[in-house]
Design a protein around this ligand. Sequence first.
Ligand SMILES: O=C(O)CCC(=O)C(=O)O
Ligand SMILES: [Fe+2]
Length: 382
Amino acid sequence: MPKATEATVIASISNNSSESKHARSIALWAMLSMEWPEPIQRVQCIAESGIQCLPSRYIRPDDEKPIGHRVVEEEIPIIDLSGLCDERRRKTMEEISSACRVWGFFHVINHGISPEHLVAGSEVSREFFRLPLEEKQKHANDPVTYVGYGSRIGVQKGATLDWGDYYFHHFLPLSIREEHRWPSKPEDYRTRMKEYCEGTLELCKTLLSVFSENLGLPQDYIKESFGNDEDIGICVRINYYPVCPQPELTYGLSPHSDPGGITVLLQNDVVGLQVRKGNYWVPVRPVSNALTINLGDQIEILTNGIYKSVEHSCVVNKEKERMSIVVFCNPNGEKEVGPIKKLINASSPPRYGQMTFNEYRKFIRTTGTKGKSYVNSTKQFR
Ligand SMILES: O=C(O)CCC(=O)C(=O)O
Ligand SMILES: [Fe+2]
């Protein structure tokens, strides 16, 4: 297999020929078989050492610093999902349709997951990051599967890093759940997280059927494009953003769109998430007992761009650590995803090519977060 360089990967994402797509695929594979390019340092350890100045590898270039963001205080929609079950159904469906088209981001309340399960999921996640370093290190992850305790996304040597640690693992399909790779402490982590994931799975199924109906498709259409009940993808990423001595110079998570289908976010009460709206950014303020939904690249591709994945980023702060539990609902990794045929016609030709989700997600796992560059690079121009 040819040896990939960072340059070949970067060059191939901005070129759209079929040879280049093939080259991109080979390059991404080759890079993924690598180790992390530099020794991993835990951001939590750096923060707890009491440093006053940010180490240079976390400082973004001037034109990428969050202080360059124009931030506008708007509210993303809050949608009461209990309305789907009574006479408000039509109105609620319309609210979801409008939120998907205008924002790609919305809060949901009365989403079916009890406040107790939200609290339990948050607590076990928080407790994991309170464990001694040696305990967390037992689960250190690698750049091939990403499963475990991690501190970077992407394997580009010398890349500017984000100010955050995370834990990533799968819930579905069962064949890749590998529960022994979930945190073993706190002791009730696995039970609590399973309950939380079961709840989010039901929520995602409901949303996928609403999206289908709103787009004039049979109710199960998008869900079945993700896989059947056993092989749909559900994975968890717990993000931990320690306090930061110079938050104006870095991100907890730099701008990106999520590569998958639907993202369900539970954040603690510290504001940090921002969503891009045109040329400005809107803070996503936590709403009590709500979950925040955002659309990922696979929904943009399946809907042929009718719904768009939306760029977002997280800023950090000097006083308070921030945490989020993110559940990603994705197409099964082996399933080819492309624009849904029923959404294509003469005036709306296919705008994206076909690719399996496993192949697609190699991009972010290789180059790290890069705005919406990958989904844009898969567009077919006619
Ligand atoms: O921490 C957050 O609020 C967002 C996290 C996120 O965007 C992600 O994990 O993809
Ligand atoms: Fe994200």
